[in-house]
Design a protein around this ligand. Structure first.
Ligand code: GRF
Length: 199
């Protein structure tokens, strides 16, 4: 399968996918990185792995619609079977979501449906939950609402702050995301309504 990744920052989840593909764990080739941030460290990771990079920078477009159109065309050019949102910090428009419906996934650093949106780890700390984690889900029109593919959990410790919890969750993200990509690439995901069955 052809996998393309969208990332805005550090790209450690992107790296986890690159590594799993290189190790032969995922039957796929990573065909491109698309980023909205020309300073994203993910770009260095792509270069090191020989993966083509496309920058679609929001600020360079006169309107949201123009940005979305450029992003859609960059995505189409990848001719990817699967698009992976790995720390992509912009909400995708309905047209893009529909175009790639069923073949776009996102990683979120919380056990959805709890703590959708920004600063999920901080939300978890402030709420006082004792278990936190991450979710890989298919992308639908909502924010962090699509069918759940993989979740992994971690304890929240007494003295955690946002950053210690984020660090513990990140370790699990790096397992959850490659696993979800692998399951997709092996054609093992079956979506029945909201529920994802793994064959
Ligand atoms: C991760 O915590 C991911 O769940 C969230 O943004 C962060 C991205 O980290 N959506 P990285 O860029 O993959 O290192």
């Amino acid at each position: 399968k052809r996998v393309a990744v969208l990332a805005s920052g550090r790209g450690s989840n992107f790296q986890a996918v690159i590594d799993a593909i290189a190790a032969g764990d995922i039957p796929a080739v990573c065909v491109g990185l698309i980023t909205d941030n020309p300073r994203a460290y993910a770009i260095e990771r792509a270069k090191a792995a020989g993966i083509p990079v496309t920058v679609v920078e929001y600020a360079r477009f006169p309107s949201k619609a123009a940005y979305e159109e450029a992003l859609l065309s960059a995505m189409k050019s990848c001719r990817a079977d699967l698009f992976v949102l790995a720390g992509y910090m912009r909400i995708l428009g309905a047209e893009i979501v529909h175009e790639f419906s069923g073949r776009m996934m996102n990683i979120h650093p919380a056990l959805l449906p709890a703590f959708a949106g920004l600063h999920a780890q901080r939300q978890a700390i402030e709420y006082g939950v004792k278990i936190a984690g991450c979710t890989v889900h298919l992308v639908d029109e909502g924010m962090d609402t699509g069918p759940i593919v993989v979740q992994r959990c971690v304890p929240v410790l007494q003295d955690d702050d946002e950053s210690t919890l984020a660090e513990r969750i990140l370790v699990e993200e790096h397992k959850a995301l490659p696993l979800a990509v692998k399951l997709f690439c092996e054609d093992r995901l079956e979506v029945i309504g909201r529920r994802v069955r793994i064959r």
